[in-house]
Every structure is written in C-alpha cells, then in structure tokens.
Design a protein around this ligand. Sequence first.
Ligand SMILES: [Zn+2]
Ligand SMILES: [Zn+2]
Length: 347
Amino acid sequence: MLAYTYISKGEFRLVSKDMPVILDPRDAIVKVTLGSICTSDLHIMHGSVPKAVPGITVGHEMVGIVERTGDAVRRFRPGDRVAVNVETFCGECFFCRHGYVNNCTDPNGGWALGCRIDGGQAEYVRVPYADQGLAGIPDKVSDEQALFTGDILATGFWAARISEIRESDTVLIIGAGPTGICTLLCAMLRQPERIIICEKDLQRSDFIREHYPDVLVTRPDECLEFVMNHSRHGGADVVIEAAGSSETFRLAWECARPNAIVTIVAMYDSPQVLPLPEMYGKNLIFKTGGVDGCDSDEILKLIAEGRIDTTPLITHRFPLDRIAEAYDLFENRRENVMKIAITPPVV
Ligand SMILES: [Zn+2]
Ligand SMILES: [Zn+2]
C-alpha cells in the first residue's frame, strides 16, 4: 500500500509498505477513506518533534472503515465507519479514568499515530486501543463532516470546555487558523455574549467575516484596545490563545480581565516569558497543554445535529498519490488554503 513516510529531517516520501497487521488484541485495522494534513506534520518534517521516529507513516487526522479487529475489541466490527483519535490512550490508568487522556501513562499513550507509530496518510492504519481510539460516525455524517473530529476539532472542543465559558462572557480567541476556527465553533455552542477573533492574516480575517458574521474581528496591533472597548470588565472574561507566537502569548494575558481564564492551545517553538510582576493582582487562571481528546462521540453527535460544521475549512482536495503537492500548498499557504482532504486510491 501507499504510505507517506518520514524519511529524515526535511524529507517525506510516498513509499510502498506492507499492509498493517493486528499486533495486540485491542488493535483495529482501519481502511482510510479520507485524511488530512496538520501543522504538526510540518513540525515533524522540519525535525522539531524529537519523539517522531524516522520511517513511520505520517498523518494523524483521518476517517475510515474498520477492516479487522483484534479479539479484545468490543465496540467496533469490520464495516463500521469511524473517526480516528489523534491520541492513543488505555482508558484504565489514573489519568485516563479522570479524563486526562493526553497524560495516559501507557508506553504507547499520547500522540503516537503518525509520530511514533505508523499513521494515516496511507491506505490502511493500525489503531491501538481501538475501543478508545475510534468513534463511530453516525450514518448521516459524511467523511468530510467527520474528518477533523479526532484532532483539531477535539482540540477546539476541549479548549472551549476547559475555558468554562458562560453566557455573559466576552471570549477572545487569538488565531483564526484551522484550530482557532474549530475552537470558535465550539465556543459558539456555549453562546457567550460576544466572541472576538484576533488574526493578522487578511484572508483568514475575511474567512471569519464571511462565514461567521456575528463574530467581531480584530488585528494583533489593535487587539488590546479593541477588547477593552468591547468588554464590560476591563478585558475578556475568557481568552483562548490558538496562534503560538511570543506576541500572541503576551496579548493573551494582557487582554484578559482580572480573574479571567486564559487557555493556551497553541504550541510554541520557543519558551515564553511570564512577567509575573506586571501581572501581579490580575489573578489569572492559566490552563495549558495538549488536548484531552476523549469527546469524539459527543462531537460527532453535534455534527449529526448540524450544530458543528467544519466543512468550510476544507478548501482543497488531493489524491494520496499527489500528497507531496498538497504539502507544498499547505506549508506555503497558497490559494488561501485552510485544510486539505487527502483521498487514498479506491481499491
Ligand atoms: Zn494535528
Ligand atoms: Zn491511560
């Protein structure tokens, strides 16, 4: 089968590999029907993910059809349509039992697919702990509708959940990239009084204005003043930072009102400064870290009900055998690309 593979720093290549096989009774083999490319894939390509293992198939956003299951898999059978979760988790350790699945202590726990073990930019993928790692796609939900369930949408859902958004709140979301928009969609479900998006890219700002006309849009250089003018208590009640630069980290806490929750979803490529003397008395609550992606069933239910729709994010479609072109377009952000759907060959 075809598998897009991490060869070495700076090089991914489409190679021919054997079909994956069941290695553990809790595994499932999934025939990938649609995949996507994530910014984290680019981080692997550029060698900035130390845990990534050369030789693995990349890709951790995918949906498909269960092909085979190990003897211990209870929730799924061959033929089931499924969304694959970016995180592998055992469901049994202390952290899993408390919903902190990103901190699963299993040796394979955390972000394994497409990083430490073969992922889904391929025709088939082996999913460990399939009962936790898969979610059934309702009949009326299409592959494109379900595509982001296990990764960026899970992140947005988790971010909105831990940010404790209330109806009287002004919510500031920094960054209107794919993850920022998924966060926006999930924040909107909680019906806060006002949502402000801060984005420097004009095309992405226009995307927000076109698709979500009730959302206020501002730029980083005017964000602080804008938020002060559009909030009732000297800043946003909730800030979610989904951009990932030093400038946006600073904006996140500067734009927060005293006692606000500041949720950091972004992944930074360098340490950030937390100037505690300047922040003294603001009594901020910071929430940080990787997604706890254990809400896929609820997310798919919301998609089926028409309450979450991420299909506008799919701006481009490529077959798997042209995935290198898709990466080039995605990385260089040409043609106003937001997300790309990758289709394996039909066999
Ligand atoms: Zn990702
Ligand atoms: Zn666990």
